[in-house]
Every structure is written in C-alpha cells, then in structure tokens.
Design a binder for this molecule. Structure first.
Ligand code: HEC
Ligand code: HEC
Ligand code: HEC
Length: 444
C-alpha cells in the first residue's frame, strides 16, 4: 500500500528532514487537556471548584513560566455534543480562547466529530492551531484532516497520532482493521520520532488491549471520552496509559528527556485545576460574556420548543405575570446552600418525588405532568424530562416562584418570590389540607 495513503506528503518531507539528524538529545513537556464537553466555567461545586478555561489559562501561564520546551495538545471533545446554536457559540469561543492559550494541536473527538460537517468546519475555521481527525471518515473525506502530526520541540521530534475505535466509528466489524491501520502509522513514524503519543477515543474502561498492541512502540496512550483522571499512569508493556478526566477538570503532562537517542526520563503527572490556580481575568471575562450569549440562544430555543409544544397540546400560550421580569427558575439544588432545613424536609416529601411515578409509567409527556413538575410549559419552565430534567418534581419554586434573582442577590432580594406561597397550592390541589409545606410526609 502506498505510504501516502496514511501520511500526507508534506509530513513525509518533514520526516525526511528530521531523519537527517539522529541520536538527538533534548527535553520536552507535552501538556494535555481533553473532554472539555463545552464546560467553559468551573464546576461551581462548593468548596473545591475545579476546571474552567480561566483556571486553565492561568495554569498554562505558570507551566510556561517554568521554562523549557512545551507543547500543548487538546485530546478532543471540546464540544458538548449538543447540536444547538448556543452550544456551538460556546465551542467557538473555547477554540478561540485556546488560540489565545497558544495550543499547538487539537484532536477531533467523538462529540466534535458527531456534529454536522458544516458545524465542525466552523470550529476548524476559528482555530489558530492545526487539528487531527483523519481517523474519522468525515474528518478525512469531508474536512481533509490528517491522522498524524509531527513537531520539533526542545531538540526532540514529537509525533501525535489520532485513533478512533470501531465502536465510535460505528462499525464493530472493522475493529481489527482500524487497529491495523493505527499500527501501520505507528511503525512508519516511530523511527523518526523521539516521543510518540496516540490520542485514542476508545472505551475508557478497557484501553489495555490497544496498549498491548502498541507495546514497545508508543510512549503514551492518552485515553479520551470520559475516563477517570489518572494520577499514576499505568504501564502496559512500556506504554504509559493515562487520561485527564472529564469536563476540563485537570491537565496532564508528559515529560520526556532523551540523551543521544536514549530516553532517560519519561514521566506522567496530573495537574488538577482546583483552587490552587487563580482565574485569568481576561479569559474569565470572555467566558462570562460567552455564557450570556449562550443563555440568550438557549432561552430562545426553549421558547420556540415551548410554543411548538403548546400548539401540539392545543393550548394558547398565556404568559403568567412575572414570567418576563428577568427571574429564572434556579432549581432546588441552588436553594440548598442557604435553606438546608427547608431543603432537607422537602427532599423526602411527596412533592419532591411527585414526578418519579409518571416517568416509570411513561406518562411524563401528558397532562398529568402539570402537577408534578416546576413551571409546566411556562417560559423558562419545565418542558420535558429530556429537555429540563432539572425541573422535574414539585420543587421550591413551584410554590415560591422563580428564584434566580433572589439567589443572585445572596437572599437579600425577595421581590420575585411569591408573597403568599400557600396560594400556589390551589393550582394543583383543589382543597389542600393545611400542612407544614416542606415536610408533608412527616406530618402524616
Ligand atoms: C408545596 C409548596 C412549597 C414548596 C415545594 C416549598 N415551600 Fe417553602 N414555603 C411554603 C409555604 C406555604 C411557606 C410559608 C409557611 C408558613 O408561613 O408557615 C414557605 C416558607 C418558606 C420559607 C420561609 C421560612 C419558613 O420556613 O417558614 C423558606 C425560607 C422556604 N419556604 C424555602 C423553601 C425551599 C428552599 C424549598 C425547596 C427546598 C421550599 N421552600 C419548598 C411552600 C413551599
Ligand atoms: C445565597 C443564599 C440564598 C440562596 C441560594 C437562597 N436563599 Fe432564600 N433567603 C436567603 C436569605 C438570606 C433570606 C432572608 C432570610 C430571612 O430573612 O429569614 C432568604 C429568604 C427566603 C424566603 C423567605 C422570603 C420572605 O419573604 O421572607 C424564601 C421563601 C426563600 N428565601 C426561598 C428561596 C428559594 C426558593 C431559593 C432557591 C431558588 C432560595 N431561597 C435560595 C438566602 C438565600
Ligand atoms: C405544582 C403542583 C403542586 C403544588 C403547587 C402543590 N402541590 Fe401538593 N402535591 C402535588 C403532587 C403531584 C403531589 C403528589 C400526590 C398527588 O398526586 O396528589 C402532592 C402531594 C401533596 C400532599 C401529600 C398528599 C399525599 O397523598 O401524600 C399534601 C398534603 C400536599 N401536596 C399539600 C400541598 C400544599 C399545602 C401546597 C401549597 C403550599 C401544595 N401541596 C402545593 C402537587 C402540588
């Protein structure tokens, strides 16, 4: 088979150039991110928020400050996988910010590659760095992406290959075949490269079989697609197998030192992006603005879906007072932080679990859901279990009204909260029994 089938001509020429100077010495650090899944902000999870592009930018700044050659590679799944205008906006902003962070390369992951070709093309067009994605048929044919990337850094030649297993490629029968193709590319590049990395979208629970096939040939197998972050890389026949985890919570680093063609050091380390890193204010600002735009698109999309549903149900949209006042449904988990007592009482009540039986019986789509969710068919309220699962159940705001402005004000602002929450009972109970509203079960 012609080698050019696997490696583009330009790459072959640069390889020939690198081959001229063998027995190299040098040192390089390759820093990896992967599986951002459209999460531009940190997880916001209480005392230990992790991830977020603003933190990533700051961590990279520090890593670069330590000096030495550094390559920066994203292993893919930048996109959330949601094919909406709002989600695409977020991914485009991510790609643009990655350019600002001086990424050297990004790999197309399943969530990115699953988008329409036109959408992926928009992402590629925004990037100030090259992409790998030739292992996807679409990547190779529609987008003209390569399957191999080579760069010199710190006196060493670093090669990166992408790989997509048959499951992701949507054809189990060709499992052996796609691995053979990867091995062929590996064998071709190995003689020229001091460091060889394979970024693989494979089943994160079982990367060992692939690692065994690559034994002795590849330095690092970076597993993407939601594998748990690896502090200690597993060594499978000389191949380090590692992952940076999901939602951009950590960066991974591979350090390699070579002396006259011999590896003296090869080390994997994980850098959790936690409170130890400040947020870069420029990036944080851009992320905040991008999220605002995304929210605007998202509420437009939801509103269109709502109008459509109302038409299907034969109802006319009647906007409730306050629907447009700017307050949104925040969800009961938001209230927990400050109203632990009410939350604890409510959590075990008949209201909190009102939706579960409907879901079990497959009746979550019909009128019965009206009494079992928060803000049924209202603007910004519950639409369906698939679209707005965070509003399943009769939550705090079903009685108290939309709470986002109250939450944002740290509890100071109570204007948007219903002045008489007991009046809400009548919407769902013709004649409710007088009970302590948060712990119904306990009262019985
Ligand atoms: C079924 C309707 C309903 C639900 C659901 C509900 N509440 Fe209430 N809540 C009320 C009513 C009615 C009052 C007024 C009680 C009173 O005056 O005795 C109230 C009062 C309160 C108060 C004022 C202090 C107090 O305890 O009287 C807070 C704070 C509060 N609720 C928070 C919450 C939070 C947080 C949730 C969700 C975890 C929640 N509520 C869920 C109906 C509800
Ligand atoms: C950042 C903390 C915080 C969060 C989050 C929060 N609250 Fe409050 N909430 C407060 C404070 C502070 C008060 C005033 C307490 C007081 O005066 O007793 C208050 C008061 C209330 C009251 C009583 C209002 C009144 O008129 O007296 C209700 C009802 C309430 N909150 C509901 C909610 C609901 C529902 C949520 C979630 C959507 C929520 N709160 C989230 C801090 C918070
Ligand atoms: C959004 C609709 C909704 C609102 C508002 C609401 N409820 Fe309920 N409530 C339910 C549903 C659904 C259940 C589950 C049992 C059922 O289907 O009746 C329930 C259960 C209950 C129960 C327990 C009944 C049982 O069989 O276990 C009581 C008591 C109750 N609600 C009282 C109230 C009171 C008092 C209020 C106002 C403060 C209120 N509810 C507001 C929907 C609602």
């Amino acid at each position: 088979m012609r080698p050019s089938h696997f490696l583009p001509l330009a790459l072959l020429i640069s390889l020939l150039f690198f081959a001229a100077c063998k027995e190299r010495s040098g040192r390089v650090r390759i820093v990896f991110s992967a599986d951002t899944w459209g999460e531009l902000e940190d997880c916001g999870c209480g005392s230990q928020p992790s991830g977020g592009l603003a933190r990533r930018a700051n961590a990279l700044f520090r890593l670069r400050g330590a000096g030495g050659a550094l390559l920066l590679v994203d292993g893919g799944n930048i996109h959330s996988g949601l094919d909406t205008e709002g989600a695409l906006r977020l991914s485009r902003e991510t790609v643009s910010l990655m350019g600002l962070m001086r990424y050297d390369l990004a790999v197309l992951g399943p969530r990115d590659a699953g988008l329409k070709s036109g959408t992926v093309r928009q992402l590629l067009a925004d990037a100030a760095f090259p992409w790998l994605g030739g292992s996807w048929r679409k990547g190779r044919q529609a987008l003209g992406l390569d399957s191999a990337w080579v760069k010199e850094a710190g006196g060493l030649v670093v090669g990166v290959l992408d790989h997509v297993d048959a499951e992701y490629a949507g054809n189990r029968k060709i499992a052996g075949h796609v691995e053979d193709r990867l091995l062929e590319r590996v064998r071709m590049l190995r003689p020229y490269c001091d460091v060889l990395v394979v970024v693989a979208a494979v089943d994160p629970r079982a990367p060992e079989p692939l690692a065994r096939r690559l034994a002795g040939q590849v330095d690092l197998l970076l597993v993407t697609g939601g594998a748990t972050a690896t502090t200690e890389a597993q060594d499978v026949g000389g191949v380090l197998v590692a992952s940076v985890g999901e939602k951009g919570g950590a960066l991974g680093q591979l350090e390699v030192e070579v002396e006259r063609g011999r590896q003296r050091l090869r080390r994997w380390s994980l850098l959790p992006l936690d409170g130890a890193f400040r947020e870069d204010s420029l990036v944080a600002d851009r992320v905040m603005r991008a999220k605002d735009v995304e929210r605007a698109y998202e509420s437009l999309r939801r509103e269109q879906a709502r109008q459509q549903k109302l038409r299907e149900l034969g109802l006319k949209a009647v906007d409730l007072p306050g629907e447009d006042a700017g307050a949104r449904y925040a969800g009961a988990s938001t209230c927990l932080a400050c109203h632990g007592d009410q939350y604890d009482a409510w959590r075990t009540s008949a209201h909190a679990s009102a939706f579960a039986p409907l879901l079990r019986e497959g009746r979550d789509g019909d009128f019965a859901a009206r009494r079992a969710v928060t803000g049924w068919m209202e603007k910004g309220g519950w639409l369906s279990h698939a679209e707005t699962p965070e509003l399943d159940g009769v939550q705090c705001e079903a009685c108290h009204g939309r709470g986002s402005r109250h939450v944002k004000s740290g509890g100071r602002l109570v204007d948007d909260l219903a002045p008489d929450p007991a009046a809400a009972c009548l919407r769902c109970h013709p004649a409710p029994a007088p009970v302590e509203p948060h712990g119904l079960e306990a009262q019985k």
